[in-house]
Design a protein around this ligand. Structure first.
Ligand SMILES: Cc1cc2nc3c(=O)[nH]c(=O)nc-3n(C[C@H](O)[C@H](O)[C@H](O)COP(=O)(O)O)c2cc1C
Ligand code: SF4
Length: 481
Protein backbone atom coordinates (compact mmCIF):
# COMPACT_ATOMS: atom_id res chain seq x y z
CA UNK A 1 0.00 0.00 0.00
CA UNK A 2 1.31 3.44 -0.84
CA UNK A 3 1.91 5.92 1.96
CA UNK A 4 1.52 9.68 1.77
CA UNK A 5 4.72 11.71 2.02
CA UNK A 6 5.18 15.49 2.03
CA UNK A 7 5.85 16.58 -1.57
CA UNK A 8 8.88 18.65 -0.49
CA UNK A 9 10.80 15.45 0.30
CA UNK A 10 13.41 17.23 2.42
CA UNK A 11 15.68 14.60 3.96
CA UNK A 12 16.31 14.78 7.72
CA UNK A 13 18.82 12.96 9.90
CA UNK A 14 18.74 12.49 13.68
CA UNK A 15 20.03 15.46 15.70
CA UNK A 16 23.77 15.70 16.13
CA UNK A 17 24.04 17.28 19.55
CA UNK A 18 26.24 16.44 22.53
CA UNK A 19 24.86 13.92 24.99
CA UNK A 20 24.90 14.63 28.74
CA UNK A 21 27.42 12.97 31.01
CA UNK A 22 26.03 10.99 33.96
CA UNK A 23 26.19 14.05 36.20
CA UNK A 24 24.23 16.27 33.83
CA UNK A 25 21.71 13.50 33.26
CA UNK A 26 21.25 13.03 37.00
CA UNK A 27 20.53 16.74 37.37
CA UNK A 28 18.22 16.90 34.35
CA UNK A 29 14.50 17.29 34.56
CA UNK A 30 14.05 14.21 32.35
CA UNK A 31 15.55 11.97 35.00
CA UNK A 32 13.64 13.40 37.95
CA UNK A 33 10.60 11.59 39.29
CA UNK A 34 7.05 12.69 38.61
CA UNK A 35 3.75 11.79 40.20
CA UNK A 36 1.11 10.37 37.87
CA UNK A 37 -2.03 9.84 39.91
CA UNK A 38 -1.20 7.53 42.76
CA UNK A 39 2.06 6.43 41.11
CA UNK A 40 5.49 7.97 40.99
CA UNK A 41 7.50 7.45 37.81
CA UNK A 42 11.24 7.31 38.49
CA UNK A 43 11.87 9.47 35.41
CA UNK A 44 9.78 11.52 32.98
CA UNK A 45 10.29 9.01 30.19
CA UNK A 46 7.53 6.97 28.58
CA UNK A 47 7.34 4.28 25.91
CA UNK A 48 4.00 4.82 24.13
CA UNK A 49 1.90 1.86 22.97
CA UNK A 50 3.16 -0.02 19.90
CA UNK A 51 1.47 -3.10 18.46
CA UNK A 52 4.24 -5.63 17.69
CA UNK A 53 1.97 -8.39 16.22
CA UNK A 54 3.12 -11.04 18.65
CA UNK A 55 -0.14 -12.11 20.36
CA UNK A 56 -1.75 -15.46 19.50
CA UNK A 57 -4.63 -15.66 16.99
CA UNK A 58 -6.89 -15.84 20.06
CA UNK A 59 -5.50 -12.56 21.42
CA UNK A 60 -3.46 -14.16 24.19
CA UNK A 61 -0.05 -13.30 25.59
CA UNK A 62 2.63 -15.51 23.96
CA UNK A 63 6.28 -16.11 24.89
CA UNK A 64 7.13 -13.57 22.15
CA UNK A 65 4.95 -10.94 23.85
CA UNK A 66 6.66 -11.63 27.19
CA UNK A 67 10.13 -11.39 25.68
CA UNK A 68 9.21 -8.18 23.85
CA UNK A 69 8.06 -6.23 26.89
CA UNK A 70 10.75 -7.71 29.09
CA UNK A 71 13.32 -6.29 26.67
CA UNK A 72 11.82 -2.80 26.89
CA UNK A 73 11.68 -3.03 30.70
CA UNK A 74 15.40 -3.84 30.86
CA UNK A 75 16.08 -0.37 29.44
CA UNK A 76 14.17 1.11 32.43
CA UNK A 77 11.92 3.77 30.99
CA UNK A 78 9.79 5.57 33.59
CA UNK A 79 6.64 4.09 32.07
CA UNK A 80 5.95 1.45 29.45
CA UNK A 81 2.54 1.19 27.80
CA UNK A 82 1.46 -2.21 26.49
CA UNK A 83 0.00 -2.13 22.97
CA UNK A 84 -3.66 -1.38 22.16
CA UNK A 85 -5.54 -4.31 23.74
CA UNK A 86 -9.16 -5.02 22.77
CA UNK A 87 -11.85 -4.65 25.43
CA UNK A 88 -14.41 -6.82 23.62
CA UNK A 89 -14.45 -10.58 23.61
CA UNK A 90 -14.51 -10.89 19.81
CA UNK A 91 -11.91 -12.45 17.49
CA UNK A 92 -9.54 -9.82 16.12
CA UNK A 93 -6.48 -11.76 14.92
CA UNK A 94 -3.11 -11.55 16.70
CA UNK A 95 -3.93 -8.41 18.68
CA UNK A 96 -3.90 -8.63 22.46
CA UNK A 97 -7.29 -8.85 24.17
CA UNK A 98 -8.57 -8.25 27.68
CA UNK A 99 -12.31 -8.82 27.13
CA UNK A 100 -12.61 -11.94 29.31
CA UNK A 101 -11.10 -13.37 32.51
CA UNK A 102 -9.40 -16.13 30.50
CA UNK A 103 -6.86 -13.52 29.37
CA UNK A 104 -5.82 -12.83 32.97
CA UNK A 105 -3.13 -15.50 33.52
CA UNK A 106 -1.16 -14.38 30.45
CA UNK A 107 -1.46 -10.71 31.36
CA UNK A 108 -0.46 -11.47 34.93
CA UNK A 109 2.69 -13.21 33.67
CA UNK A 110 3.42 -10.15 31.53
CA UNK A 111 3.25 -7.74 34.47
CA UNK A 112 5.47 -10.07 36.52
CA UNK A 113 8.09 -10.28 33.77
CA UNK A 114 8.24 -6.51 33.39
CA UNK A 115 8.47 -5.97 37.13
CA UNK A 116 11.36 -8.44 37.45
CA UNK A 117 13.20 -7.10 34.40
CA UNK A 118 13.16 -3.49 35.63
CA UNK A 119 13.31 -4.42 39.32
CA UNK A 120 10.06 -2.56 39.77
CA UNK A 121 11.44 0.68 38.36
CA UNK A 122 9.36 0.82 35.17
CA UNK A 123 5.64 1.39 35.73
CA UNK A 124 3.51 -0.68 33.39
CA UNK A 125 0.33 0.58 31.77
CA UNK A 126 -1.97 -1.14 29.33
CA UNK A 127 -3.73 0.72 26.54
CA UNK A 128 -7.32 -0.47 26.21
CA UNK A 129 -9.16 -0.04 22.93
CA UNK A 130 -12.42 -0.55 21.11
CA UNK A 131 -12.60 -0.57 17.33
CA UNK A 132 -15.38 -0.97 14.78
CA UNK A 133 -15.56 -3.35 11.81
CA UNK A 134 -13.30 -2.78 8.85
CA UNK A 135 -13.56 -5.13 5.88
CA UNK A 136 -10.98 -5.85 3.23
CA UNK A 137 -11.32 -4.13 -0.14
CA UNK A 138 -13.46 -6.42 -2.30
CA UNK A 139 -13.19 -7.09 -6.02
CA UNK A 140 -15.69 -5.15 -8.14
CA UNK A 141 -17.52 -8.39 -8.97
CA UNK A 142 -17.80 -9.52 -5.36
CA UNK A 143 -18.97 -6.10 -4.24
CA UNK A 144 -21.69 -5.85 -6.86
CA UNK A 145 -22.76 -9.48 -6.53
CA UNK A 146 -22.73 -9.82 -2.75
CA UNK A 147 -22.01 -6.72 -0.68
CA UNK A 148 -24.12 -4.01 -2.29
CA UNK A 149 -27.65 -3.62 -0.97
CA UNK A 150 -29.85 -3.02 -4.04
CA UNK A 151 -32.25 -0.08 -3.59
CA UNK A 152 -34.64 2.01 -5.69
CA UNK A 153 -31.79 4.44 -6.29
CA UNK A 154 -30.05 1.82 -8.47
CA UNK A 155 -33.24 0.87 -10.30
CA UNK A 156 -34.02 4.53 -11.02
CA UNK A 157 -30.50 5.22 -12.25
CA UNK A 158 -30.66 2.22 -14.58
CA UNK A 159 -34.31 2.86 -15.51
CA UNK A 160 -35.05 -0.73 -14.54
CA UNK A 161 -38.10 -0.24 -12.31
CA UNK A 162 -39.55 -3.54 -11.03
CA UNK A 163 -36.62 -5.58 -12.30
CA UNK A 164 -35.41 -8.40 -10.01
CA UNK A 165 -32.29 -7.82 -7.96
CA UNK A 166 -30.11 -10.11 -10.09
CA UNK A 167 -30.86 -8.13 -13.20
CA UNK A 168 -30.02 -4.87 -11.42
CA UNK A 169 -26.70 -6.31 -10.23
CA UNK A 170 -25.88 -7.55 -13.73
CA UNK A 171 -26.69 -4.12 -15.20
CA UNK A 172 -24.52 -2.35 -12.63
CA UNK A 173 -21.65 -4.66 -13.52
CA UNK A 174 -21.86 -3.44 -17.14
CA UNK A 175 -21.33 0.22 -16.18
CA UNK A 176 -17.97 1.91 -16.52
CA UNK A 177 -16.43 3.40 -13.36
CA UNK A 178 -17.78 6.94 -13.91
CA UNK A 179 -21.30 5.67 -14.41
CA UNK A 180 -21.04 3.26 -11.49
CA UNK A 181 -19.87 6.07 -9.20
CA UNK A 182 -22.99 8.04 -10.15
CA UNK A 183 -25.22 5.03 -9.57
CA UNK A 184 -23.86 4.33 -6.09
CA UNK A 185 -24.12 6.42 -2.94
CA UNK A 186 -20.83 8.07 -1.89
CA UNK A 187 -20.63 5.61 1.00
CA UNK A 188 -21.08 2.55 -1.24
CA UNK A 189 -18.53 3.91 -3.72
CA UNK A 190 -16.06 4.27 -0.84
CA UNK A 191 -16.81 0.71 0.33
CA UNK A 192 -16.01 -0.50 -3.19
CA UNK A 193 -12.81 1.55 -3.41
CA UNK A 194 -11.44 0.95 0.08
CA UNK A 195 -13.52 -1.76 1.72
CA UNK A 196 -16.53 -1.28 4.01
CA UNK A 197 -15.80 0.58 7.23
CA UNK A 198 -18.28 0.93 10.07
CA UNK A 199 -18.62 4.41 11.63
CA UNK A 200 -19.93 5.69 14.94
CA UNK A 201 -22.58 7.56 12.94
CA UNK A 202 -24.11 4.30 11.59
CA UNK A 203 -26.87 4.54 14.19
CA UNK A 204 -29.22 2.41 12.07
CA UNK A 205 -27.01 -0.55 13.08
CA UNK A 206 -28.22 -1.59 16.57
CA UNK A 207 -24.74 -2.42 17.90
CA UNK A 208 -23.45 1.01 16.81
CA UNK A 209 -26.53 2.83 18.08
CA UNK A 210 -26.07 1.11 21.45
CA UNK A 211 -22.34 1.88 21.89
CA UNK A 212 -23.12 4.47 24.59
CA UNK A 213 -24.86 1.67 26.50
CA UNK A 214 -22.28 -1.07 25.96
CA UNK A 215 -18.87 0.62 25.95
CA UNK A 216 -18.75 1.96 29.53
CA UNK A 217 -19.28 -1.59 30.82
CA UNK A 218 -16.74 -3.15 28.42
CA UNK A 219 -14.04 -0.61 29.25
CA UNK A 220 -14.78 -0.84 33.00
CA UNK A 221 -14.55 -4.64 33.02
CA UNK A 222 -11.30 -4.49 31.02
CA UNK A 223 -9.79 -1.92 33.39
CA UNK A 224 -10.80 -4.05 36.37
CA UNK A 225 -8.97 -6.99 34.77
CA UNK A 226 -5.90 -4.83 34.12
CA UNK A 227 -5.78 -3.95 37.79
CA UNK A 228 -6.19 -7.60 38.82
CA UNK A 229 -3.46 -8.63 36.37
CA UNK A 230 -1.02 -6.31 38.16
CA UNK A 231 -0.76 -3.38 35.73
CA UNK A 232 0.15 -0.12 37.46
CA UNK A 233 -2.38 1.81 35.44
CA UNK A 234 -4.63 1.96 32.40
CA UNK A 235 -4.51 4.18 29.33
CA UNK A 236 -7.89 4.61 27.61
CA UNK A 237 -7.29 4.69 23.86
CA UNK A 238 -9.14 7.80 22.73
CA UNK A 239 -6.77 8.46 19.81
CA UNK A 240 -6.28 7.71 16.10
CA UNK A 241 -8.90 5.93 13.98
CA UNK A 242 -10.77 3.97 16.62
CA UNK A 243 -14.18 4.12 18.28
CA UNK A 244 -13.56 6.58 21.10
CA UNK A 245 -11.56 9.00 18.93
CA UNK A 246 -14.38 8.83 16.39
CA UNK A 247 -16.83 9.93 19.08
CA UNK A 248 -14.55 12.88 19.91
CA UNK A 249 -14.02 13.81 16.26
CA UNK A 250 -15.76 16.83 14.76
CA UNK A 251 -16.94 14.40 12.05
CA UNK A 252 -19.23 12.76 14.63
CA UNK A 253 -22.72 14.01 13.78
CA UNK A 254 -24.75 11.53 15.84
CA UNK A 255 -28.09 13.07 16.79
CA UNK A 256 -28.64 11.13 20.02
CA UNK A 257 -26.79 13.48 22.35
CA UNK A 258 -23.41 11.78 21.69
CA UNK A 259 -22.42 13.75 18.60
CA UNK A 260 -22.45 17.27 17.18
CA UNK A 261 -21.19 19.93 19.59
CA UNK A 262 -17.99 19.33 21.58
CA UNK A 263 -20.02 18.99 24.79
CA UNK A 264 -21.85 16.04 23.24
CA UNK A 265 -18.87 14.44 21.55
CA UNK A 266 -17.03 14.27 24.86
CA UNK A 267 -20.00 12.69 26.65
CA UNK A 268 -19.32 9.02 25.93
CA UNK A 269 -15.56 9.29 26.60
CA UNK A 270 -16.45 10.86 29.99
CA UNK A 271 -19.04 8.16 30.70
CA UNK A 272 -16.52 5.45 29.82
CA UNK A 273 -13.99 7.07 32.15
CA UNK A 274 -16.56 7.33 34.98
CA UNK A 275 -17.38 3.62 34.64
CA UNK A 276 -13.68 2.73 34.59
CA UNK A 277 -13.01 4.86 37.66
CA UNK A 278 -15.90 3.23 39.51
CA UNK A 279 -14.47 -0.20 38.64
CA UNK A 280 -10.86 0.45 39.69
CA UNK A 281 -11.27 2.91 42.57
CA UNK A 282 -9.87 6.35 43.26
CA UNK A 283 -6.29 5.28 43.94
CA UNK A 284 -5.60 3.52 40.64
CA UNK A 285 -3.90 5.43 37.81
CA UNK A 286 -6.13 6.01 34.78
CA UNK A 287 -5.50 8.39 31.90
CA UNK A 288 -6.13 8.54 28.20
CA UNK A 289 -4.39 9.06 24.90
CA UNK A 290 -6.11 11.53 22.62
CA UNK A 291 -5.31 13.54 19.50
CA UNK A 292 -4.04 17.07 19.76
CA UNK A 293 -5.50 17.44 16.25
CA UNK A 294 -7.28 15.03 13.88
CA UNK A 295 -5.24 16.41 10.94
CA UNK A 296 -8.05 15.68 8.44
CA UNK A 297 -10.53 17.95 6.64
CA UNK A 298 -13.28 19.06 9.04
CA UNK A 299 -11.77 17.00 11.87
CA UNK A 300 -11.21 18.10 15.46
CA UNK A 301 -8.85 21.00 16.10
CA UNK A 302 -6.41 21.82 18.85
CA UNK A 303 -9.15 23.97 20.45
CA UNK A 304 -11.29 20.81 20.66
CA UNK A 305 -8.39 18.93 22.25
CA UNK A 306 -7.85 21.74 24.78
CA UNK A 307 -11.51 21.46 25.76
CA UNK A 308 -11.50 17.64 25.89
CA UNK A 309 -8.29 17.53 27.93
CA UNK A 310 -9.68 19.99 30.49
CA UNK A 311 -12.90 17.98 30.77
CA UNK A 312 -10.95 14.71 31.24
CA UNK A 313 -8.59 16.24 33.77
CA UNK A 314 -11.41 17.86 35.78
CA UNK A 315 -13.21 14.52 35.81
CA UNK A 316 -10.13 13.07 37.53
CA UNK A 317 -7.97 11.49 34.84
CA UNK A 318 -4.39 11.13 36.02
CA UNK A 319 -2.57 11.86 32.75
CA UNK A 320 -3.22 13.12 29.25
CA UNK A 321 -1.08 11.53 26.53
CA UNK A 322 -1.10 13.37 23.20
CA UNK A 323 -0.74 11.90 19.74
CA UNK A 324 -1.92 13.38 16.44
CA UNK A 325 -3.61 12.23 13.21
CA UNK A 326 -3.69 8.56 12.22
CA UNK A 327 -7.20 8.54 10.72
CA UNK A 328 -9.05 6.36 8.24
CA UNK A 329 -10.67 9.27 6.42
CA UNK A 330 -7.59 10.22 4.38
CA UNK A 331 -5.97 6.77 4.23
CA UNK A 332 -4.71 5.51 0.88
CA UNK A 333 -6.65 2.97 -1.14
CA UNK A 334 -5.60 -0.56 -0.12
CA UNK A 335 -4.97 -3.33 -2.63
CA UNK A 336 -7.86 -5.70 -3.34
CA UNK A 337 -8.01 -8.20 -0.46
CA UNK A 338 -6.32 -5.83 2.02
CA UNK A 339 -7.87 -3.59 4.64
CA UNK A 340 -7.46 0.18 4.77
CA UNK A 341 -4.68 1.25 7.17
CA UNK A 342 -5.08 4.53 9.05
CA UNK A 343 -1.44 5.60 8.89
CA UNK A 344 -1.11 5.89 5.10
CA UNK A 345 -2.60 9.35 4.51
CA UNK A 346 -1.49 12.85 5.49
CA UNK A 347 -2.92 12.38 8.99
CA UNK A 348 -0.96 9.13 9.23
CA UNK A 349 2.20 11.05 8.40
CA UNK A 350 1.42 13.48 11.22
CA UNK A 351 1.14 10.52 13.58
CA UNK A 352 4.37 8.78 12.55
CA UNK A 353 6.42 11.25 10.52
CA UNK A 354 9.31 9.83 8.53
CA UNK A 355 12.72 11.25 7.59
CA UNK A 356 11.44 12.59 4.26
CA UNK A 357 9.56 15.66 5.39
CA UNK A 358 8.59 19.26 4.75
CA UNK A 359 10.15 22.45 6.12
CA UNK A 360 8.67 21.69 9.54
CA UNK A 361 10.55 18.39 9.69
CA UNK A 362 9.69 15.09 11.36
CA UNK A 363 10.80 15.99 14.87
CA UNK A 364 8.38 17.58 17.29
CA UNK A 365 5.37 18.13 15.00
CA UNK A 366 3.17 17.72 18.07
CA UNK A 367 5.10 20.24 20.19
CA UNK A 368 3.08 23.34 19.49
CA UNK A 369 -0.41 21.86 19.99
CA UNK A 370 0.76 19.88 23.02
CA UNK A 371 2.11 23.10 24.55
CA UNK A 372 -1.24 24.81 23.97
CA UNK A 373 -3.11 21.92 25.56
CA UNK A 374 -0.88 21.89 28.62
CA UNK A 375 -1.26 25.67 28.93
CA UNK A 376 -5.07 25.33 28.76
CA UNK A 377 -4.94 22.74 31.55
CA UNK A 378 -2.81 24.95 33.75
CA UNK A 379 -5.00 27.99 33.01
CA UNK A 380 -7.95 25.95 34.26
CA UNK A 381 -6.06 25.22 37.47
CA UNK A 382 -5.42 21.59 36.51
CA UNK A 383 -1.98 20.11 37.22
CA UNK A 384 -2.56 16.85 35.30
CA UNK A 385 0.67 15.72 33.62
CA UNK A 386 0.81 15.57 29.83
CA UNK A 387 2.80 13.12 27.71
CA UNK A 388 4.28 14.31 24.41
CA UNK A 389 5.37 12.01 21.55
CA UNK A 390 6.42 12.23 17.94
CA UNK A 391 9.95 12.18 16.54
CA UNK A 392 11.74 12.51 19.86
CA UNK A 393 15.08 10.68 19.94
CA UNK A 394 17.62 12.98 21.57
CA UNK A 395 18.06 13.96 25.20
CA UNK A 396 18.21 17.67 24.22
CA UNK A 397 14.78 17.61 22.54
CA UNK A 398 13.22 15.88 25.53
CA UNK A 399 14.88 18.06 28.15
CA UNK A 400 14.01 21.29 26.33
CA UNK A 401 10.36 20.28 25.99
CA UNK A 402 10.25 19.74 29.75
CA UNK A 403 12.16 22.89 30.64
CA UNK A 404 10.01 25.05 28.34
CA UNK A 405 6.78 23.74 29.86
CA UNK A 406 5.74 21.99 26.66
CA UNK A 407 5.06 18.67 28.40
CA UNK A 408 5.59 16.90 31.73
CA UNK A 409 6.67 13.52 30.37
CA UNK A 410 8.34 12.64 27.07
CA UNK A 411 7.36 9.61 25.00
CA UNK A 412 9.77 7.82 22.65
CA UNK A 413 8.08 5.13 20.57
CA UNK A 414 10.17 4.29 17.50
CA UNK A 415 13.36 5.45 19.24
CA UNK A 416 12.68 2.92 22.02
CA UNK A 417 12.10 0.28 19.35
CA UNK A 418 15.41 1.15 17.69
CA UNK A 419 17.18 1.00 21.05
CA UNK A 420 15.26 -0.03 24.17
CA UNK A 421 18.35 0.81 26.23
CA UNK A 422 18.07 4.52 25.32
CA UNK A 423 16.90 5.39 28.85
CA UNK A 424 19.63 3.53 30.75
CA UNK A 425 22.35 4.62 28.31
CA UNK A 426 21.42 8.31 28.45
CA UNK A 427 21.06 8.24 32.22
CA UNK A 428 24.51 6.65 32.58
CA UNK A 429 26.18 9.21 30.35
CA UNK A 430 26.48 6.77 27.43
CA UNK A 431 24.12 8.63 25.09
CA UNK A 432 26.71 8.52 22.29
CA UNK A 433 26.21 4.73 22.21
CA UNK A 434 22.47 4.98 21.51
CA UNK A 435 21.34 3.31 18.27
CA UNK A 436 19.42 6.27 16.87
CA UNK A 437 16.15 5.77 15.02
CA UNK A 438 16.39 6.92 11.41
CA UNK A 439 12.60 7.31 11.03
CA UNK A 440 12.56 5.12 7.93
CA UNK A 441 9.21 3.60 9.00
CA UNK A 442 10.31 0.09 8.08
CA UNK A 443 8.69 -0.93 11.41
CA UNK A 444 5.46 0.80 10.50
CA UNK A 445 5.40 -0.93 7.10
CA UNK A 446 5.60 -4.28 8.92
CA UNK A 447 2.73 -3.22 11.18
CA UNK A 448 0.75 -2.26 8.09
CA UNK A 449 1.22 -5.76 6.67
CA UNK A 450 0.34 -7.32 10.05
CA UNK A 451 3.82 -8.82 10.25
CA UNK A 452 5.89 -9.09 13.42
CA UNK A 453 7.32 -5.63 13.99
CA UNK A 454 11.11 -5.31 14.19
CA UNK A 455 13.64 -2.53 13.48
CA UNK A 456 15.90 -2.61 10.46
CA UNK A 457 18.80 -1.37 12.58
CA UNK A 458 18.98 -4.61 14.54
CA UNK A 459 16.83 -7.36 13.05
CA UNK A 460 19.67 -8.91 10.98
CA UNK A 461 22.36 -8.57 13.67
CA UNK A 462 23.97 -11.69 15.19
CA UNK A 463 21.30 -14.03 13.88
CA UNK A 464 23.40 -17.03 14.92
CA UNK A 465 23.61 -15.96 18.58
CA UNK A 466 22.55 -18.89 20.79
CA UNK A 467 18.86 -18.80 21.77
CA UNK A 468 17.98 -15.93 19.42
CA UNK A 469 14.22 -15.76 18.75
CA UNK A 470 13.39 -15.51 15.04
CA UNK A 471 10.38 -14.12 13.16
CA UNK A 472 8.00 -16.58 11.50
CA UNK A 473 9.81 -16.12 8.16
CA UNK A 474 13.03 -17.13 9.98
CA UNK A 475 14.90 -14.13 8.56
CA UNK A 476 14.76 -11.56 11.35
CA UNK A 477 15.49 -11.55 15.04
CA UNK A 478 12.46 -10.62 17.15
CA UNK A 479 14.24 -8.99 20.07
CA UNK A 480 17.00 -6.35 19.89
CA UNK A 481 20.51 -7.66 20.63
C1 LIG B 1 4.74 -0.35 14.99
C2 LIG B 1 3.94 0.71 15.67
C3 LIG B 1 2.77 0.37 16.35
C4 LIG B 1 2.01 1.35 17.00
N1 LIG B 1 0.93 0.97 17.75
C5 LIG B 1 0.26 1.92 18.49
C6 LIG B 1 -0.76 1.55 19.42
O1 LIG B 1 -1.05 0.37 19.64
N2 LIG B 1 -1.39 2.54 20.09
C7 LIG B 1 -1.06 3.86 19.94
O2 LIG B 1 -1.67 4.73 20.58
N3 LIG B 1 -0.08 4.23 19.09
C8 LIG B 1 0.60 3.30 18.39
N4 LIG B 1 1.66 3.68 17.61
C9 LIG B 1 2.06 5.11 17.56
C10 LIG B 1 3.17 5.40 18.58
O3 LIG B 1 2.72 5.17 19.89
C11 LIG B 1 3.65 6.87 18.49
O4 LIG B 1 2.59 7.73 18.79
C12 LIG B 1 4.18 7.23 17.11
O5 LIG B 1 5.04 6.21 16.63
C13 LIG B 1 4.93 8.56 17.14
O6 LIG B 1 5.94 8.55 18.12
P1 LIG B 1 7.50 8.28 17.73
O7 LIG B 1 7.86 9.33 16.73
O8 LIG B 1 8.22 8.43 19.03
O9 LIG B 1 7.57 6.94 17.15
C14 LIG B 1 2.43 2.71 16.95
C15 LIG B 1 3.61 3.04 16.26
C16 LIG B 1 4.37 2.07 15.64
C17 LIG B 1 5.64 2.47 14.94
S1 SF4 C 1 12.60 0.56 11.63
FE1 SF4 C 1 13.91 1.23 13.32
S2 SF4 C 1 15.02 3.00 12.46
FE2 SF4 C 1 13.25 2.66 11.13
S3 SF4 C 1 11.66 3.98 11.97
FE3 SF4 C 1 11.37 1.96 12.88
S4 SF4 C 1 12.48 2.06 14.79
FE4 SF4 C 1 13.22 3.77 13.56
Amino acid sequence: MATWRPPERIKYAPLQAPWPDAREAAQSRLFTPIKVGALTLASRTWVPAMVPWRASEEGEVTPDVLAWYERFARGRPGALVVEATGVRDVPSGPLLRIGHDRFLPGLWELTERVRCASQGETKLFIQIIDFLNVRRRPTREKFLQRHLLITDRHREFLRLADMPEDAVRAALAQLDDDQLQQALTARDWESLQKGFRERVTDVEVPAVRDLPKTLPGSFAAAAGRAKRAGFDGVELHYAHAYTMASFLSALNTRGDGYGGAREQRVRLPLEVYAAVRAAVGADYTVGCRLLSEDCIDNGSSVEDAEYFSCRFASAGMDFISLSRGGKFEDAMQPKVGEAVYPYTGRSGYECMPSYYSDAKGPFGRNLEPATRIRRALRAAGLQTPTVLAGGIHHFRQAEEALLHGQADIVGLARQALADPDWFAKVKNGQGAQVRLCLYTNYCEALDQRHRQVTCELWDRLNLDEPGVMLSSDGKRRLIPP
